[in-house]
Design a protein around this ligand. Structure first.
Ligand code: NAD
Length: 267
C-alpha cells in the first residue's frame, strides 16, 4: 500500500544519519520529497558519496546537505540548526537519533563513557530541540521525533548510562510535548527493540566479552531473548512509524513513547 504523507517541500535535520537507523530515516524522508541535513561521523569521502547518492535518488528539487556537528557540543548543534534554516529556508522536522552504547557493570563503568553517553544520547536532544523550537513556533508547525529505545522504558544489566539517558529522553519528550501542544508542534519518542545496525553489531561483541560467551549465544540468548518475536526490527518499519508521526496523520500524537519492539516491553 502506498501512502502519501504530503511532506514534499519540507526540510529536516536528522542527527547521527551517517549510519544505521538515522541514515534509513534520512533516506525515507528524502524519498518523500523532504530536503535533509545529514549529520554524524565517518570517512569524509564515504559521507559525501552517501549524501550525493541520497540526493540523486530523491525527487527533483530535494537537497541533501551535511553538517558535521559533534553531538557532545551544544555550540556546534546550535550551528547545525542555524545552517539548516539558512540553507533550506525552513525547518519542519527534527529527528534526534545520534546515539552510542557502552556495556559494563556500574562499578567498572568508565567515567568518560558515562559522560559521552549522557552527552550524545540525552543532552544533544535538549540542545537540538532548544534551537529548533523557535523556528517551529514561528512557523506554527513542527515535528520532533526522538529515537529513544526499549531501554527508555525498561532496563537491562550492564547498560546503566544508556538506560539512564534513554529514560531521560522519554521524560524530556513528554515535557516538550506539554510545552508545545498549542503551537502546532508534536514531540514524540520512538522506542525500538533491536535493529541490526553497526551499534548492535558492536554490542554483540561487547556482550560476548562481558558475559564470557560466544557471539552466536549472545544473539540467541541475550539480544533476541529480550524480544518475544525473536526478530530484529527492520529499518522500513521504523521509517514508517517516523513518517506517520511527522505527517498530518500523526498530528494528534504528542508526548508519546511508541514501542516498536516485537513485544519486548509488553512483558
Ligand atoms: P549507529 O552506530 O549505526 O549510528 C549512530 C550514528 O550516530 C552514526 O551516524 C554516528 O556517526 C553518530 N554519532 C555518534 N556519536 C556522534 C557524535 N558525537 N556527534 C555526531 N554524531 C554522532 O547506531 P544505530 O543503531 O543506528 O542507533 C541510532 C539510534 O537508535 C541511537 O540513538 C540508538 O540508541 C537508537 N537505538 C538503536 C537500536 C538498535 O538496535 N540499533 C535500538 C533502539 C534504539
Amino acid at each position: 500500500m502506498s501512502v502519501d504523507y504530503k511532506l514534499s517541500g519540507q526540510a529536516a535535520v536528522v542527527t547521527g544519519s551517517t549510519s544505521g537507523i538515522g541514515q534509513a530515516m534520512a533516506a525515507a524522508l528524502t524519498r518523500e520529497g523532504v530536503s535533509v541535513v545529514l549529520n554524524g561521523f565517518g570517512d569524509a569521502a564515504k559521507i559525501e558519496a552517501e549524501r550525493a547518492a541520497m540526493e540523486a535518488a530523491a525527487p527533483e528539487g530535494v537537497r541533501v546537505l551535511y553538517h558535521g556537528a559533534d553531538m557532545t557540543r551544544g555550540g556546534e548543534i546550535a550551528d547545525m540548526i542555524a545552517f539548516a534554516a539558512r540553507e533550506l529556508g525552513r525547518l519542519d522536522i527534527l529527528v534526534n537519533n545520534a546515539g552510542i552504547q557502552h556495556v559494563a557493570p556500574v562499578d567498572e563503568f568508565p567515567d568518560d563513557k558515562w559522560d559521552a553517553i549522557i552527552g550524545i544520547n540525552l543532552s544533544s536532544v535538549f540542545h537540538a530541540t532548544k534551537h529548533a523550537l523557535p523556528l517551529m513556533k514561528a512557523a506554527g508547525r513542527g515535528r520532533i521525533v526522538n529515537i529513544a529505545s526499549a531501554h527508555g522504558l525498561v532496563a537491562s544489566p550492564f547498560k546503566s548510562a544508556y538506560v539512564a539517558a534513554k529514560h531521560g529522553v522519554v521524560g524530556f519528550t513528554k515535557s516538550c510535548a506539554l510545552e508545545t501542544a498549542r503551537n502546532g508542534i508534536t514531540v514524540n519518542a520512538i522506542c525500538p527493540g533491536y535493529v541490526k545496525t553497526p551499534l548492535v553489531e558492536m554490542q554483540i561483541a561487547d556482550q560476548a566479552k562481558a558475559r564470557g560467551i560466544s557471539v552466536d549465544r549472545v544473539v540467541e540468548d541475550v539480544i533476541l531473548a529480550a524480544q518475544p518475536n525473536r526478530t530484529f526490527v527492520e529499518y522500513d518499519q521504523l521509517a514508517g512509524m517516523m513518517l506517520y508521526l511527522v505527517s498530518d496523520l500523526g498530528g494528534a500524537v504528542t508526548g508519546a513513547a511508541l514501542s516498536i519492539d516485537g513485544g519486548w516491553t509488553a512483558a
